[in-house]
Design a protein around this ligand. Structure first.
Ligand SMILES: Cc1ncc(COP(=O)(O)O)c(C=O)c1O
Length: 406
């Protein structure tokens, strides 16, 4: 039994380890969990872990104390810029997670608009309904209005509806590459044209796609342009801890040039400590995820990322083919990237999720359209035969009315 956390006597490591292992026993099994948790293979995880431990106690707040971390951050930003086809002028920062990358883009857009194209009333940011909630969060924190526009029938941003929704107060639009919910790319080329025509800040949320799309493209998969090759893209977020396979948590925010990037920071000197530059929320920043991200990228190299992308394509295609053999299931969005969503007829698809969970398989759930959500990662190439067998069996049970739920 767990005793109270701050018991009178401390616990030695051997007992603690046993307790931690016991506590973890019911957590997700990464070989079976098909939920949204991107988890690298064990061997790759070890590389990240070892690098992480070397920098376990480092703190990015101490500028100048860790020149190695500054170098790693610079190299990570350069590598991400190259993948996103940005030029020499692109400036970026390593961020703790995608949410903060998106937050900083909204903050920069707000301050850029205040300085360059002030609007009447509360500034608005315009996003498709499928944009990640980070933008709603940022708008609420930053005193902006977030306007969500209904999706087109193909579940992508509806460009005509977004164009119509632009008002005199709009300062920014967001495009997802791809969306988390349905795994589809918004029409970024058209949104880019809209942004340029209306002098709006365009943020591309490539938190999911940033480290995968370039490799899918190289493998001949069809991926639309969404990056700095489009002239109107002002900022772009890409998460390393998703398809960069780096330890949690780490992301990159990029700006087309230093002028835009300058709106991210906040300079402060009204205290006895002197000038204080704020480029992120927190002052203390763990250096370990930065070092680990650098090590994982260095370890994988382009060939490694291509190999991982190939595995994802194989696992995704196997999943899609499997679903297509089950008449009770149907895909709800084109499986064009790394996300597969599917619904059921004859029974509730969330009952399917409940029954799969009893068997140890975790799938995500989407409300609209009501469907299950699988974010395919490389290790799913091994998991897929087992998952498809469990899926087939559970679908049959539900169709015949005999199933167990948690
Ligand atoms: C498209 C997209 N943007 C932003 C985020 C936020 O990222 P994080 O969970 O790292 O804060 C996510 C997370 O899944 C995402 O899928």
């Amino acid at each position: 039994m767990t005793e109270e956390l701050l018991g009178e006597n401390g616990m030695d490591w051997a007992s603690l380890e046993a307790e931690l292992d016991g506590a973890r026993a019911n957590d997700i099994d990464h070989d079976k969990g098909l939920a949204f948790v991107v988890h690298a293979d064990d061997a790759l995880t070890e590389v990240g872990k070892k690098a992480y431990l070397k920098y376990f106690s480092s703190n990015g707040v101490a500028q100048g104390a860790y020149p190695s971390l500054a170098r790693f951050e610079d190299e990570l930003v350069r590598a991400t810029t190259d993948l996103m086809r940005g030029g020499e002028g692109v400036v970026g920062t390593v961020m703790p997670a995608g949410t903060e990358s998106c937050f900083m883009a909204v903050k920069a857009a707000r301050d850029w608009a205040a300085a360059n194209r002030p609007v009447t009333g509360t500034p608005e940011i315009l996003v498709a309904r499928s944009a990640y909630p980070s933008f709603a969060k940022a708008a609420r924190y930053l005193g902006l209005n977030e306007v969500r526009v209904a999706l087109a029938d193909d579940l992508r941003a509806d460009v005509a509806a977004m164009a119509q929704a632009v008002t005199d107060s709009t300062i920014m639009i967001v495009a997802s590459a791809p969306t988390w919910c349905h795994g589809v790319f918004d029409p970024v080329i058209e949104l880019d044209a809209l942004a340029r025509e209306r002098n709006l800040w365009l943020h591309v949320d490539a938190c999911v796609g940033g480290f995968l799309a370039p490799f899918f493209k190289k493998l001949g998969q069809s991926v639309p342009d969404f990056d700095f090759s489009l002239p109107g893209v002002t900022s772009l977020s890409a998460d390393m801890h998703k398809y960069g396979y780096t330890p949690k948590t780490s992301s990159v925010i990029l700006y087309r040039n230093a002028e835009y990037a300058a709106y991210q920071s906040l300079d402060f000197d009204d205290w006895p400590g002197g000038t204080y530059g704020l480029n992120a929320f927190t002052a203390s920043r763990p250096g370990a995820p930065v070092a680990a991200a650098w090590a994982v990228m260095k370890h994988l190299g382009t060939k490694g990322y291509l190999a991982e992308a190939k595995r994802i394509i194989a696992a995704r295609d196997a999943l899609v083919a499997g679903i297509e053999t089950m008449p009770a299931l149907h895909l709800t969005a084109p499986p064009e990237f790394c996300v597969v969503t599917f619904a059921a007829t004859g029974f509730d698809v969330f009952a399917l999720a409940d029954a799969l969970a009893v068997k140890g398989w975790l799938a995500g759930r989407i409300r609209d359209p009501r469907s299950l959500h699988v974010m395919v990662v490389p290790r799913h190439d091994r998991a897929m035969p087992g998952f498809l067998a469990a899926l087939g069996e559970t679908v049959a049970e539900l169709a015949s009315g005999q199933t167990r739920t948690a």
